[in-house]
Design a protein around this ligand. Structure first.
Ligand code: AHR
Length: 660
């Protein structure tokens, strides 16, 4: 009898203890959505940094194709059997062609293939693929007997792996373009292009170019397909371009001017990329912006991947960490006019000045541009003063056009507070906040927007990334720890979609041999690319966005770090699904029960997407999917409307539950 009493009391005690220790269920209120989630919510930030455009998505393989780099033969090597003074000369026709004044003159006397040549090293080599067609083209001018150009693709050992011959057909002393295509016979990550000259005479050459056939959408002179596919796979709501600091430039002369990036590519004036000189620990003396990829191409890219375009324009101020030049107020008009003209270029009727230019470039239909940023990371009263002039002029002509304003470089401090106050007083459409911070900052700030004014200016979380070494340091790494802290923070962005209506990780791309800034979302070499753990976190949010925010609480509080848990929920009107997101930043596994309130009928078979790894794990070319999502099935109790989740240590989950 005694034994029975003891056993029963032990059972009761254990049950009571278990009940006392079981965490309160997490509640999701499905009946009353909190706010809408904008289709633009998760987007991408593109800048020509880390060889993002030239040497990156712009598929041109020849570096310094127009001899306009500061050192005109940078990237080129003269190959010769016997030295003849003056046989290769850089000439300058600045009086006739200010955008592209230099060209190379090659003079040969009874030359055979192998006597005199020019080799281009590409951007840290050229990625060549076996069997693929390569399109070689030049602009040339000659008046005497024709000089043939033999183009050869070389592998890393200097062996020929593809060749074609171009025999210029015109000898009228005018500039012409001619092309020849040929297939590669081997794959090589460190290829080169060699030109041999055959004949007797002089040929002038410019815009020496080599493109692979397999560009995005097969466009000649287009973009690198594998890199753009990575962007398309994110299904981004918007694409911000062209930066970043390159919008501001080292000085005003070095600023990004969209009008110089459209029209025939040989007329687009190259400038130094300011990342060429920014970081002493990562010098890039060969980094220039050729603008083969310009504003027309960016607008087309946005259209191709179904994103809203978000161009950022210079506001009359150069980078305040560099020269900090400002344009005098009485000379700001040209900058404002550039902004107005851009809207006309994107949206204007084909009979307008700039709409006509767009149509001539092959896009008569408007791009339907809805927004633009004025200034990148600009700050101080000098910014507000200039911004007011832009805002007045743009809103007067286009009252519904949305403007994105800068809140400087940091998400707090005097500069931020000043701008935040001024911009809200101006009733800014969007305030662009940037945060490159340690993982701990992201975790601590998961509730940052919970107290933001719902009725005031909206927030664009325009640049953010978790930096394992807290700052723009070369030793930051794209670890799972960093990505998980972003996933945790992003629950706060999603929960506050009434305020935060756009967000983008930055920077987007980095070439393993040509980067300046670390970490980045996608890493590439000359042939391949892989997504970091942060890439997959961004993708999970974007592909599982939903249309409305749902309240998700424990003890009536949002999950912003209790037991190292972070969570948000949404509802997808189109698919009738409840979407839950939960990050467990705990070193221990945890079990949580989630109660779905206010729903009539649920499909018991739900989808569970998991990312889980060692916090220090990273993806590499060899293990590109080491930290990436995997999908499972999970059963929901359709009667009790409960789902129980076993949350592994350092994990992130997305659950999709269908309502019936
Ligand atoms: O994303 C890299 C740089 O960080 C951007 O160019 C700039 O806006 C920020 O400082």
């Amino acid at each position: 009898m005694n034994r029975i009493i003891k056993t029963v009391s032990l059972f009761v005690a254990t049950t009571l203890l278990a009940q006392a220790q079981a965490p309160t269920p997490i509640k999701v209120n499905v009946a009353q959505p909190v706010s809408e989630i904008q289709p633009t919510m998760w987007g991408i930030f593109f800048e020509d940094i880390n060889l993002g455009a030239d040497g990156g998505i712009y598929a041109e393989l020849v570096k310094n194709r127009s001899f306009e780099f500061q050192k005109p033969l940078m990237g080129w090597k003269i190959e010769r059997k016997t030295f003849h003074e003056g046989e290769v000369l850089i000439q300058n026709r600045a009086d006739k062609n200010t955008a592209n004044p230099r060209f190379v003159s090659v003079k040969v006397e009874n030359a055979q293939k192998g006597d005199l040549g020019l080799t281009n090293e590409g951007f840290r080599g050229m990625g060549i693929k076996n069997g693929l067609r390569y399109d070689f083209s030049v602009m040339y001018r000659q008046s005497g007997s024709p000089v043939k150009v033999h183009a050869e693709l070389l592998d890393a050992k200097g062996q020929v792996i593809g060749e074609g011959t171009l025999t210029p057909s015109q000898t009228d002393g005018q500039w012409h373009r001619q092309a020849v295509s040929f297939n590669a016979k081997a794959t090589e990550a460190k290829g080169k292009l060699r030109l041999w000259f055959e004949g007797n005479g002089q040929i002038d050459l410019d815009m020496i170019s080599l493109f692979p056939e397999d560009t995005w959408k097969g466009r000649p002179g287009g973009m690198r397909a594998d890199m753009i596919q990575k962007l398309a796979d994110l299904k981004p709501g918007f694409i911000r371009f062209p930066g970043g600091c390159i919008v501001e430039g080292f000085d005003l002369n070095n600023r990004y001017q969209w009008k110089k990036t459209i029209g025939p590519i040989e007329e687009r004036q190259l400038i130094m990329n300011r990342w060429n000189i920014e970081f002493a620990h990562r010098p890039a003396p060969d980094y220039f912006q050729t603008f083969g990829l310009g504003f027309f191409e960016y607008l087309q890219l946005a259209e191709d991947i179904g994103s809203e375009a978000l161009p950022i324009l210079n506001c009359g101020m150069a980078c305040q960490f560099n020269s900090a030049e400002v344009v005098p107020m009485d000379q700001l008009e040209q900058y404002v006019q550039d902004a107005l003209d851009l809207i006309e270029f994107a949206n204007g009727d084909i009979n307008t000045t700039w709409g006509k230019v767009r149509a001539q470039m092959g896009h008569p239909a408007p791009f339907n541009l809805k927004m633009m940023g004025v200034g990148n990371e600009n700050w101080g009263p000098q910014y507000i003063e200039r911004l007011k002039v832009f805002t007045k002029a743009i809103k007067a002509k286009y009252p519904n056009f949305k403007l994105i304003n800068s809140s400087g470089t940091d998400p707090n401090g005097d500069r931020f507070d000043y701008l935040n106050k001024e911009l809200r007083a101006m009733n800014a459409d969007f305030i662009d906040e940037h945060y490159y911070r340690a993982p701990e900052w992201f975790l601590k700030n998961a509730g940052r927007y919970d107290s933001y004014d719902r009725n005031g200016s909206k927030v664009f979380a325009g640049e953010y990334a978790s930096h394992t070494n807290n700052g723009a340091s070369a030793s930051n790494r794209n670890t799972w720890r960093a990505a998980l802290s972003e996933a945790a923070f992003m629950t706060g962005l999603e929960r506050n979609a009434a305020v935060v209506q756009m967000a983008s990780y930055a920077p987007l791309f980095a070439h393993v041999e040509g980067w300046q800034w670390n970490p980045d979302l996608i890493w590439v070499d000359n042939l391949q690319s892989f997504g970091t753990p942060s890439y997959y976190v961004q993708q999970l949010y974007s592909l599982n966005k939903g249309t409305h925010v749902l309240s998700m609480t424990q003890n009536n509080q949002p999950l912003i770090g209790q037991d190292s848990l972070y969570a948000s929920a949404s509802w997808d009107k189109a698919s009738n699904e409840i979407i839950l997101k939960i990050a467990n930043n705990n070193s221990q596994a945890q079990v949580r029960e989630i109660q779905l309130d206010g729903v009539k009928k649920l499909d018991p078979n739900a989808k569970l997407i998991v990312m889980q790894s060692d916090p220090n794990a990273v993806n590499t070319f060899e293990e590109a999917l080491k930290v990436s999502p995997s999908e499972k099935k999970i059963v929901v109790n359709a009667k009790t409307k409960k789902v129980s989740l076993e949350l592994a240590p350092y994990s992130f989950y997305v659950v999709r539950i269908k309502t019936l």
